[in-house]
Ligand binder design. Structure first.
Ligand code: URA
Length: 235
């Protein structure tokens, strides 16, 4: 992005006024004074200061829902994978980040925002919102196993909180489960299914609280509506 456009977006001044400020030598990029007007900067990497104060676009809060495909990592950078979820949201200028995580091999609803307070609240163990998943698992679990799943299983040395699970489709060697959990432990659904000896074949998150993926296509994203943002903030 051109430096003066970035400054305007950060609310420093209009683009024209920003040009003047640049020419006055009041702007640094990564510590170096920049006086050229066409200078291109990367809002995600470069540190821009005006009168020695860092500027940022972030004042504009954005809230996004992504239908994450399998094969994308939810970290912002990854040495072992060249596919990161940010690659799917190219046109956003704000520095957004994922709220919580989904495994590399899990698809579905991922929230992304630059609102650190909300992200913190949504992922804090004491606030955990119910998250709904659809899981294709090996075999068809019997009632005893389903009840174990519901009541709590010991994974990683700790018993899981009450969960919801229901069989929605039975095949010969597999079944589709609807699952809802309100904790966010590492690979929790996979570990719970493994515990009852019905390992996950495919996993998709379809809802976080009242926010649903609905018919958002895989790999696509949309802004949350005002109503959805209000709902999340009220949780
Ligand atoms: N549980 C899992 O096992 N994986 C996810 O990605 C999310 C929940």
């Amino acid at each position: 992005m051109r430096l003066q456009k970035y400054m305007a977006k950060c609310g420093v001044a209009s683009r024209r006024k920003s040009e003047k400020i640049i020419l006055e030598g009041r702007v640094t990029v990564n510590g170096l004074v920049v006086k050229e007007l066409g200078t291109i900067i990367d809002p995600n990497k470069d540190i821009v200061k005006v009168d020695n104060k860092e500027i940022q676009i972030e004042k504009n809060k954005v809230y996004i829902m992504l239908n994450k495909p399998e094969g994308y990592v939810t970290t912002l950078k990854d040495k072992h994978s060249d596919k990161i979820v940010l690659d799917l949201i190219k046109s956003i200028e704000e520095r957004i980040f994922p709220v919580g995580r989904l495994d590399l091999d899990t698809s579905g609803l991922l929230l992304m925002t630059n609102d650190g307070d909300l992200a913190y609240k949504l992922t804090h163990p004491s606030h955990e919102v119910p998250k709904k998943y659809i899981a294709l698992v090996e075999g068809v679990p019997n009632n005893k196993k389903l009840n174990r799943f519901r009541k709590g299983l010991k994974i990683d040395g700790r018993v899981t909180a009450e969960a919801y699970v229901k069989i929605v489709k039975r095949y010969k060697d597999s079944s589709v489960l609807k699952i809802s959990i309100h904790e966010g432990r590492n690979r929790q659904v996979r570990k719970m299914c493994e515990y009852i000896k019905h390992p996950v074949i495919k996993l998709k998150r379809v809802a976080i609280g009242e926010l649903n993926l609905d018919n958002l296509e895989i790999g696509k994203w949309r802004y949350l509506t005002e109503k959805e943002v209000k709902y999340l903030k009220k949780l």
